[in-house]
Design a binder for this molecule. Structure first.
Ligand code: ADP
Ligand code: GLC
Length: 495
């Protein structure tokens, strides 16, 4: 084997330490697989208050305490703590950058009281970006690859290019920037630019400037060597127009030649119906008998009357516009007039939380709602539902449709991003189909797909065959992780 690579994976959330969405799942699983494939990969993330030092045996690194980090006029101090991400096969070192004032809050990005972004998110992530670079310098560890993720880390690329291009420590380092969601960009006013410490020349259309302010996602896009995104279809969509690029479609277009779409994998140790300890009955493609036991348990959990012929439709989601809740809202009466049970787990926008709770009160025997974040319940919903509804307006990759496929729960999805790359329509392709898809983003098209699913459900043999096909799909990280490694290697050969 050729020489192992050294990689620093930078992310603001990592399972099991802190999570708001799929970014954390990816940041936990991908580095472990890259490590299994023989490379020296380490992770760095902020030490939020939500990250439990006791539970994860996090300890201080003595020589990395009180590191000076400048954010504009402010001289702040950061400390690095350490722990490991371990599974039966490997161990990955995880560094946590701590600063009590900036990260000593449980919620990662938003103030739970106002539901708005923390007002000092610019300081927080400028500090994180500079702190990561200071940490590398003190470690004296030369990463071949800096793998950055989403807007929270984009500035690192700009700082390295502006200040460290000739530094021996970073001269050979290449930067990969992965976009998990182009809608979240880290946009701040003009005054925040001074805090970045970047040279004035970076405040331009070819730099971090964006409509008179600054945009940290754009920083990552402009200054990284390679851009990746989390599915092949999304890689094309982001340059197609503002519905997908959110104002950065021009930048995506400019960097099209350096952009790669690599489909996410999923953690098959956590999400496997044959070994899942969060569900009452384990089952597999060879023995489906446990599935109905889970369906009964799910109905019981939400006090819904169980009926074998009435399919349960599950939803586990952030409650945001991205996930298509306006379509569900529009057609909720039609949906609930069918012979189904609808179970929703989610949290997010108040308007959707209120709506779901309100409708549930009127339809207590048909609908179950749990507002909140609840991992064990997410497992029960995947296992106990017959169908999983995910009518996303856009979906960079999406993990829940993969979990659904593997749990024999047929996904009904809008054909966009990673959903288009993983779900095959059963009516269009009866021999290979594993779910139901619709193309136009409209409530009418969504309902047509739901009704097709309901009618297919009555044909038990066809349905079972589709379940089994889904359950046998291979979404493990191995092949995607290998693609990342190949990409790192190609990049390192570039001058
Ligand atoms: P996104 O990152 O856009 O939210 P993904 O489908 O990639 O979408 O990932 C979402 C992840 O978060 C999945 O692991 C899903 O199970 C989990 N999740 C979302 N909402 C909840 C919730 N309310 N409770 C438990 N898990 C949730
Ligand atoms: C984002 C996207 C989601 C993707 C996840 C992990 O949160 O919304 O589609 O699966 O990142 O890459």
């Amino acid at each position: 084997m050729s020489k192992p690579l050294s990689i620093l994976f930078v992310s603001s959330e990592v399972v099991p330490f802190a999570k708001t969405g799929g970014l954390a799942d990816v940041s936990g699983a991908l580095p472990q697989t890259i490590r299994e494939l023989g490379h020296d990969i380490r992770i760095i993330m902020p030490k939020f208050a939500a990250v439990s030092e006791r539970r994860f045996k996090i300890h201080d690194i003595k020589r990395l305490t009180d590191i000076p980090v400048t954010v504009g006029e402010r001289n702040l101090l950061g400390s690095v703590k350490s722990s490991f991400l371990a599974n039966i096969k490997t161990k990955v070192q995880v560094y946590f950058l701590a600063n009590e004032e900036l990260f000593g809050r449980t919620d990662l990005y938003t103030d739970p009281e106002t539901k708005e972004a923390w007002p000092d998110n610019d300081d927080r992530f400028i500090f994180f970006s500079r702190g990561v670079i200071e940490t590398i310098k003190l470690l004296g560890w030369r990463p071949d690859i800096l793998h950055l993720n989403d807007w929270q880390t984009g500035l690192i690329a700009a700082i390295i290019k502006a200040e460290y291009a000739k530094d021996p420590l970073f001269r050979g380092t290449k930067i990969v920037f992965t976009v998990h969601n182009a809608a979240y960009q880290g946009v701040f006013p003009r005054e925040s630019f001074a805090k970045t410490g970047l040279p004035e020349s970076a405040f331009s259309i070819d730099g971090v400037e964006f409509h008179g302010g600054i945009n940290l996602l754009k920083a990552g896009l402009i200054y990284s060597d390679i851009i990746t995104t989390v599915s092949p279809t999304y890689a094309k969509e982001i340059r197609s127009g503002p519905e997908y690029g959110f104002g950065l479609e021009g930048v995506f277009r400019k960097r099209a030649r350096d952009t790669y779409g690599l489909l996410n994998g999923m953690d098959t140790m956590i999400w496997n119906p044959a070994t899942d300890q969060e569900i009452p009955a384990q089952y597999s493609a060879e023995d489906l008998s446990g599935k109905v036991v889970n369906k009964k348990a799910l109905c019981e959990r939400f006090a819904l009357p169980f009926a074998e012929e009435a399919p349960v439709i599950g939803i586990v989601s952030r409650l945001t516009d991205q996930k298509g809740f306006d379509l569900i809202k529009e057609k909720i009466d039609d949906l609930l007039s069918e012979d189904i049970r609808l179970v929703v787990l989610g949290s997010g926008d108040t308007q959707y939380e209120d709506f779901l709770v309100r409708v549930q009160k009127k339809h207590k025997r048909k609908m179950g709602v749990h507002i909140g974040f609840d991992e064990p319940l997410a497992h029960l919903i995947e296992a106990g539902s017959d169908m999983f509804l995910m009518p996303s307006k856009y979906e960079p990759c999406g993990l829940n449709q993969m979990y659904s496929l593997v749990y024999g729960t047929l996904p009904i999805v809008r054909a966009t991003g990673g959903l288009a790359d993983t779900v095959i329509d059963l009516d269009e392709k009866p021999k290979t189909g594993n779910g139901f898809t619709f193309v136009e983003y409209s409530a009418k098209e969504m309902m047509k797909a739901v009704r097709r699913a309901l009618s297919a459900y009555r044909n038990r043999d066809v349905w079972k065959a589709a379940m089994v096909r889904g359950m046998k799909s291979d979404f493990s990280w191995t092949s995607s992780a290998q693609r990342y490694i190949d990409l790192y290697k190609t990049l390192l050969k570039r001058k």
